[in-house]
Design a protein around this ligand. Sequence first.
Ligand code: PMP
Length: 437
Amino acid sequence: KTVPNDLSAFWMPFTANRQFKKAPRMFVSADGMFYKAADGREVLDGTAGLWCCNAGHNRPKIVEAIRAQAGELDYAPAFQMGHPKAFELATALRDMAPEGMDHVFFTNSGSESVETALKIAIAYHRARGEGARTRLIGRERGYHGVNFGGISVGGIVTNRKVFGSLLTGVDHLPHTHLPGENSFTKGQPEHGAHLADELERIVALHGAETIAAVIVEPMAGSTGVLLPPKGYLERLRAICTKHGILLIFDEVITGFGRLGSSFAAEHFGVMPDLMTTAKGLTNGVIPMGAVLATGAIHDAFMQGPEHMIELFHGYTYSGNPMASAAGLATLETYREEGLFARAAEMAPYWQEALHSLKDARHVIDIRNMGLIGAVELEPIAGEPTKRAFQAFLDAYEKGILIRTTGDIIAMSPPLIIEKAHVDQLIGTLRDVLEALD
Ligand code: PMP
């Protein structure tokens, strides 16, 4: 079976992604650390798909679990009926989550997890007689998916400005990136914990009694790998606690081993009240997300007073059998192969390899943590994003998959990565940068 590399023959306008339209490329199969492209070349996956295939590609255990489930129970009505795999997965997730995060709401994506968590936060306060707490606080350069709640609390202005009416009553904290002061820092930046204090200013402006929740990615991924300065998350937690505001960690990227522990909450030792997950939950294979909550929050949402009995929440595909089977096999794979610990063990090698690019052409900053990293390039004057996008194209031609956002190259390889793959990824990227205009 051959697939033509010239895609103009079967163009389908199914994506709004302009980068794909500029230079269409197709993958036709994958195995472990590698994709196979339509022209037959192997491409080393430096991004775990889209930060999701944490266990690598086409893992037999996961493939087999999906096959077996498809032949056994394809679907069960989500609200009236249960099925064993959803409960097994919820239990496995609880066992993997930080202590106390022991209730699970299933969704079908990161975006849906965010909407669900925002709703839970507001409903929680209402159930406790604090119905005025409806304000939500996000962060500049935060990414929380593409639905209305997510883009409202999200900090990407271009994603918001097209839509006239978003959620009202939303404020944004400053982002956590202080260039200069933290440039080329290995791991967590030293400076910037005070940026969390901006929350006090917002509280003073509106009154704590109006604020439901703060939502942040513990480490912002999609907008360029912006790491929380030391002490920042602790301060955010303390201010939220002081004012009765819920803290939501959007762990869609940071969950499932990316930082070398199950979740960022564990990695940083800071407990949120709610956590959103997706991506690595099913190794990116079948769409699925989950919101994790403490028992108190779950109970307020699900068993609130009379005026909330009518509240309905859930999706047709919440915890569906196929996704649950994929999720269970994925979590088993992570556990059996010790992939989170493996990510932690590989992290120092990753860090040193990444920072060896310090002197490569155009590089103005490097950031890293766990098995995630960013290489920021000097933009071409008047043509932002052009240089990094060219790097992406050249890298692909040389057999590595990287991701770019603005003039930042982001990498997040599958957690099964070997040192030789790290060398290939970073060595090829160096060659690409050196040859770049
Ligand atoms: N939150 C975060 C932190 C994300 O990184 C993403 C996806 N990159 C989302 C939410 C949205 O997830 P999805 O694309 O599955 O809707």
